[in-house]
Design a protein around this ligand. Structure first.
Ligand code: GLA
Ligand code: ZN
Length: 669
């Protein structure tokens, strides 16, 4: 497989949307900005295939020639995310049917039914032609399949395909009825063709809720697989002609609809689009990066970020001077081998005309944004290839699992405010703030690599997970879990015999009841040292079965019963957090976990600077990032080291203003 020979620096480039005269000017400006890569042909299907039997590649040929001449790394899109108008006119069944049951017309993008054979036929044909034509071009460094696969479809085609998928999974109607617990409300099915898709016309409810989570979870699995099959089809079409260029598609962090761990297995490299809002915590951005790295346990591509501003959020703040640079280094710190923008030239019309770009509407290099892009381009050029492929070693793994994401958020009760990503993030944030590196890992990951595995809201325990977790803890691992864990199996049916089901023995507790607290309600937890804190959301009523209590509730009828517990199991231990403690209390619990498991931060002292380490062939790279609004002093371990981005030597007096960054390369600290 081909590898990147440098950090790709560029982004989405749509010269096909512009007159030919402007292209030379683009190239002049790209050179000036240190841009070495362009992602092309992401939305050009209509141009390449103006009718069913006509293909036209002259313009794309010219674009590819121009970029090849400039020795750009070309990221080649396949254009299949938006179909041409003629295709809809002739084959209207290609358009999706939505959750409300409405059949769509031509318009938007990501609007093709993944199970439409007509769509598949046209997409495959197009991609084969592209691969045959450009696959041997040495400048084509990566294939970018489709774009941000997303959404779902509830058309009759999909319904039929769902039945086939289910038949393959369950084999018999009896097994299906049992898995979905269809005896409830007498929804028993007698024949496969009685199965309907779970949208608002059937078992689905408003706001993505459902009467039968078992059906809806299977539908999500099916939909993720359907879109993944589209990806695999394009990938295989490329591979017929191009044996060794990396193939990716751009993902979207914690995007709910697609099981990205499953997707990543089919991708050569993960790429993703990072669009935080003005108020997204940096810990959340970091978690997204770590999740994208965790999908394959390998460095990833940043396929898109805006150099300045977005258009589609309610409030599209500018990135303040220095922020784009700092954000880019945060991305590299967490494992990116590329920094790419959406987009290189700002579009003249339609909904993205107010989306930031390297070349703004004024059309010149005399803009703040351009200057910042050019400065970063030069720095990355000087950095060269030394960081490519570097690792991010971690002693803590946090489990992220799409089945659990779906299942938890489908639950009817006990508390509607339970949000999967927020639950995971509050744990991530603790480690982030302590500068303790984290890997985001799948439920079937290799736990033995970690001193601590954190598994918040591990609601669904699928086959094999109990054994894997017991084995891990037995051998000295430390597991942190808590409320809404161990409750259901892979079909969303409860593990009978007492909560937390398969985790009961491991955690040494029995949860008899689960109380829900409304936003205006709270309880308190009292630690053994007498310190008391608020708790919210849910309160598990816990009986100890071997575990010890670290904190008890202080009010309600379950006052003095355990809220947070620790159980020794084999050579390891399990911490169980039975309620939503306020942040300080969660920190107190996790402080105990890190002490017990001997997990160390990257540097000994506390700082609000973000410190991240990557390692490659015995070299340690430390990224020091100030993503706060305050000026921060340097941790003394970094004094006298050289910032390889600027060549400046840091001193004990060095301070980091907001968005300041330094990168050190040291043998050890
Ligand atoms: C997404 C898409 C791009 C563009 C940007 C705008 O990430 O992939 O085509 O629409 O959003 O932010
Ligand atoms: Zn469909």
């Amino acid at each position: 497989m081909k590898k990147f020979r440098r950090i790709l620096y560029g982004g989405d480039y749509n010269p096909n949307q512009w007159p030919r005269e402007i292209w030379d000017e683009d190239i002049r400006l790209f050179r000036k900005a240190g841009i070495n890569s362009a992602t092309i042909n992401v939305f050009s299907w209509a141009k390449i295939q103006p009718s069913e039997h006509e293909y036209y590649f002259d313009e794309l040929d010219e674009i590819v020639e121009m970029l090849s001449r400039e020795k750009f790394d070309i990221v080649m899109g396949t254009s299949t995310a938006a179909m041409p108008a003629w295709m809809y006119k002739k084959y209207p069944e290609i358009a999706r049917t939505d959750y409300k049951g409405r059949r769509h017309k031509f318009g938007q993008r990501h609007n093709s039914c993944p199970n439409s054979l007509v769509y598949q036929k046209f997409a495959k044909r197009l991609v084969e032609k592209l691969a045959e034509r450009y696959g041997s071009n040495e400048h084509v460094t990566c294939w970018h399949v489709n774009n941000e696969y997303s959404g779902d479809c509830y058309c009759e085609n999909c319904e039929k395909a769902f039945r086939v998928w289910l038949k393959d999974k369950y084999k018999t109607i009896e097994a299906l009825n049992k898995a979905w617990n269809l005896e409830f409300w007498g929804h028993t099915i007698y024949d496969w063709d009685e199965i309907v898709l779970p949208n608002e016309l059937s078992e689905g409810l408003e706001n993505d809720k459902t009467a039968f989570a078992g059906i809806s979870i299977d539908y999500r699995r099916f939909n993720s697989d359907s879109l993944l099959n589209n990806f695999k089809m394009e990938r295989d079409a490329i591979r017929k002609y191009d044996p060794d260029t990396l193939i990716t598609t751009n993902l979207m962090g914690t995007y709910k609809n697609l099981d990205y761990f499953k997707w990543a297995k089919e991708m050569d490299i993960v790429s993703w689009d990072n669009y935080p809002s003005y108020d997204t915590p940096w810990s959340m951005v970091a978690m997204n990066h770590d999740l994208m790295r965790g999908l394959k346990g390998q460095p990833f591509m940043l396929m898109e970020q805006t150099p300045s501003q977005q258009n589609w959020q309610p409030y599209n703040s500018l990135k303040k001077p220095g922020l784009m640079r700092a954000q880019s280094y945060q991305t590299v710190a967490h494992g990116a081998d590329t920094i790419q923008f959406f987009q290189l030239r700002r579009s003249v019309g339609a909904c993205e005309k107010f989306h930031g770009a390297v070349i703004e509407h004024v059309g010149t290099e005399n803009t703040r944004v351009f200057r910042e892009v050019a400065e970063l381009g030069e720095e990355l050029h000087n950095l060269g290839d030394q960081l490519l492929g570097a690792d991010n070693p971690a002693q803590v793994g946090i489990i992220f699992d799409w089945d659990n994401y779906w299942a938890l958020e489908y639950t009817s009760g006990p508390n509607k405010d339970l949000k999967y990503v927020d639950q995971i993030h509050q744990y991530y944030r603790y480690f982030y703030e302590k500068n303790i590196p984290v890997d985001m890992i799948p439920v079937d990951g290799d736990f033995s690599k970690y001193k601590v595995v954190v598994a918040p809201v591990l609601y669904m325990i699928k086959d094999g997970m109990q054994e894997a977790l017991e084995n891990y803890v037995e051998n000295g691992g430390v597991l942190v879990t808590g409320f809404m864990s161990g409750l259901v199996d892979q079909s969303d049916n409860v593990h009978l015999g007492g909560y937390p089901g398969p985790l009961r023995k491991l955690a040494g507790i029995w949860v008899e009841e689960i109380d829900a607290l409304a936003p205006e309600q709270s309880n308190n937890i009292r630690f053994t040292d007498g310190m008391e804190y608020d708790c919210h959301l849910l309160c598990d009523i816990i009986h100890l079965e071997g575990a010890e209590s670290l904190a008890d509730y202080s009010s309600n009828f379950y006052a003095n019963s355990p809220a947070v517990t620790k159980n020794s199991f084999g050579q390891g231990a399990v911490y169980y957090v039975g309620t939503q403690p306020e942040q300080k209390a969660l920190e107190k619990i996790l402080d105990q976990v890190t002490v017990y498991s001997n997990v160390k931060p990257l540097i000994d002292i506390e700082t609000k600077l973000e410190i991240v380490r990557r390692t490659v062939s015995d070299k340690n790279y430390y990224f020091i990032l100030n993503l706060t609004n305050e000026t921060l002093s340097i941790p003394q371990v970094f004094a006298d080291k050289v910032d390889i981005l600027t060549g400046n030597k840091l001193t004990s007096q060095t301070t980091f203003a907001p968005y300041d960054v330094a990168l050190l390369c040291v043998d050890s600290l």
